[in-house]
Design a protein around this ligand. Structure first.
Ligand code: F6R
Length: 606
């Protein structure tokens, strides 16, 4: 998984390409590079490391040229080496390309090209393409034809940008199953994997569809269909994200900024038009059986959905992790599957969508990234409008998805006559109040949570437990803790503890309980029993608890006070507080919070 960018301008582009790389770094950050065309000559610099590290070595800004391409890499084919990083030249050094995706038939193409005398300097699938274009150009003697003929030979997924000395004013780009957008400005045009790459320069954008290709110059662009090779006109969209939204806004990390963005992103989720909510809710009625599917954080979002549909619509909607879905679930045309994805590019989720579609099921999705693959693959898609989530770890996107899911569950409840329209509408008002409560909690509780994180900074093992809807909240919170602190945090249902895991509990083991208000008496009392079980084995207990709950406070080693708020929305408040707890725990450990190890922002490999 990688990020690509290209700029055609009448001015030098190196500095702008560098900014684009920095903005795309969340898509991959093990190596990066740039190629520019100046006075009919190509130059290329690339190396291993994060963008700023490579820039310090390679001095990208010193590169000359007003036409260029750039790439930030997350290795899939071949290790993290300078040779494997992009861009990749053709053997004659007249073509140079960047690629995001996977060319599944590259070995075959490589064999053919080797038999014609081509040499390969990297272990990547990508390098075959630059040489393939060189080979095609011999016949075609026209770059566009050579580019298209070469693409015709590719299998797999790709967003590719190419520049060449044969046509030194043009960027050639193509998209299939990997995202690609065009940014339009006066005298300068941009191509990128993501609008965020050039958001500071222009908000006018065109989202490419699969099998479309682009010819981009500084003062014009042409979009063509790859099959017919005929020109197409496409709508220019003005994106609402601005430069400030995409920047850190005074916070020390994107993770913290994005946690604090949540009052706004919840409001954005509440502004998703009712008709869109109703369309997806209708699918739950039309079809015999629906499923909720996501992976990682979005699987836990889907699990929250299972509890919401049960409560508000009296309907059992199983949640399945996308990586298990294709082998586990026998879908058919009477089914509907609702998918969740922040990036809209996750391989496992896309494979689950493919299976659902192939079996004739109806598909819908809640997605954050406009123009992403998943948004284009499902029948109906809601864009949650959370803005760019730069921190690799997902926070604000998940909470917004839960709000949208909640609205869908309420609507399904109405359609199934389980809930009155009046009650469902009343919930909408509670949600708006809730967005204010989140702001209050973040401002008032951060200090206490930070304090707890420093008091527990030596703890190496955690159990995170909850019952009912608090169970998926505990799972997601444990995932956050693992992702940013690399500590062992195991999420489990509180009631499950006595069935084995209790064996792990001693004075070294810390447990975090997601405890509801006392008024939620069944859940409260049964969670309390699990707390007692841990205390009886000298385990340490941290729990969310109400300010006035003196009885529970006596039992706890540490209490995380939850302000008195809407009891039904308390699980979400606890989730947000747990996000902060993970953040401050990682801060104490001095870790790379926004780019934790072994996790990428969009996991486009299986
Ligand atoms: C969690 C995280 C991952 C993603 C998962 C799905 O913080 O980043 O677990 O949630 O890879 O990604 P999306 O939502 O982009 O489909």
């Amino acid at each position: 998984m990688c990020g690509i960018s290209a700029i055609a301008s009448h001015k030098p582009v190196a500095a702008k390409l560098l900014t684009a790389l920095q903005n795309l770094e969340y898509r991959g950050y093990d190596s990066c590079g740039m190629a520019l065309l100046h006075e009919g000559q190509l130059s290329l610099r690339k190396n291993v490391g994060a963008v700023d590290e490579v820039d310090a070595l390679e001095k990208f800004r010193k590169m000359e040229g007003s036409l260029g391409i750039a790439h930030t890499r997350w290795a899939t084919h071949g290790g993290v080496t300078k040779e494997n990083s992009h861009p990749h030249y053709s053997n004659d050094k007249k073509f140079v390309i960047v690629h995001n995706g996977i060319l599944s038939n590259y070995q075959q193409i490589q064999r053919d090209l080797k038999s014609k005398g081509y040499r390969f300097l990297s272990e990547t699938d990508t390098e075959v393409f630059s040489n393939l274009v060189q080979e095609e150009y011999k016949q075609a003697e026209n770059v566009e034809t050579a580019f298209c003929n070469a693409i015709d030979k590719l299998q797999g997924s790709y967003a590719i940008a190419m520049i060449t000395t044969h046509q030194p004013d043009t960027i050639f780009a193509v998209k299939k199953d990997s995202p690609l957008v065009l940014g339009i400005n006066d005298g300068v045009n941009y191509v990128s994997s993501d609008i965020n790459a050039f958001i500071a320069e222009t908000r006018d954008t065109i989202i490419l569809d699969d099998m479309e290709y682009l010819l981009v110059k500084n003062d014009n662009y042409v979009i063509k269909n790859l099959l017919t090779r005929k020109e197409k006109s496409k709508q220019v969209i003005t994106v609402q994200w601005d430069r400030q939204t995409a920047q850190m806004g005074g916070f020390s990390h994107y993770m913290l900024k994005e946690i604090f963005d949540q009052p706004q992103t919840v409001r954005n989720a509440l502004h998703v038009p009712n008709e869109q909510i109703q369309t997806i809710a209708g699918k739950f009625i039309e079809k015999e059986q629906s499923f909720c599917v996501g992976v990682g954080t979005t699987y836990y979002v889907a699990m929250v959905g299972t509890y919401l549909f049960s409560k508000y619509a009296n309907l059992y909607v199983p949640s399945i992790s996308a990586d298990e879905f294709p082998t586990l679930i026998p879908v058919n045309k009477d089914n509907h599957v609702l998918f969740f994805s922040q990036s809209g590019e996750t391989y496992d989720t896309r494979m689950a969508i493919r299976k659902a579609r192939n079996c004739g099921a109806a598909t819908s999705a809640v997605v954050n990234v406009v123009g992403s693959s998943i948004s284009q693959e499902v029948d109906d898609c809601i864009f949650q409008g959370s803005g760019p989530e730069i921190c690799v770890v997902s926070t604000k996107a998940a909470v917004s998805q839960i709000i949208i899911l909640w609205r869908i569950a309420l609507e399904v409840g109405v359609l199934r006559n389980h809930l009155s329209r009046k009650d469902a509408d009343a919930f909408q008002g509670r949600f708006f109040k809730f967005s204010e409560t989140i702001g209050q909690v973040l401002n008032e509780e951060s200090g206490f949570i930070r304090d707890l994180a420093s008091k527990t900074s030596r703890v190496r093992n955690w159990l995170f437990m909850g019952k009912g809807i608090y169970y998926p909240i505990a799972l997601e919170s444990a995932l956050k803790m693992k992702e940013v602190t690399y500590l062992h945090a195991e999420g489990l249902p509180a009631g499950f503890l006595k069935h084995g895991t209790l064996a792990m509990v001693d004075e070294e083991m810390y447990s975090l309980f997601f405890l509801p208000y006392k008024d939620d008496s069944d859940l409260y009392n049964s969670t309390l029993m699990s707390i007692e079980e841990v205390k009886a084995r000298n385990g340490k207990v941290v729990a969310f608890c109400a300010e006035d709950d003196d009885e529970i406070k006596k039992l706890l080693d540490f209490g995380l006070i939850i302000p008195k708020t809407d009891p039904e929305l308390t699980p979400l408040i606890q989730l947000i507080m747990a996000q902060l707890f993970s953040y401050y725990s990682a801060l104490n450990l001095g870790l790379n919070i926004d780019k934790p190890r072994n996790l990428a922002k969009s996991v486009t490999v299986g």
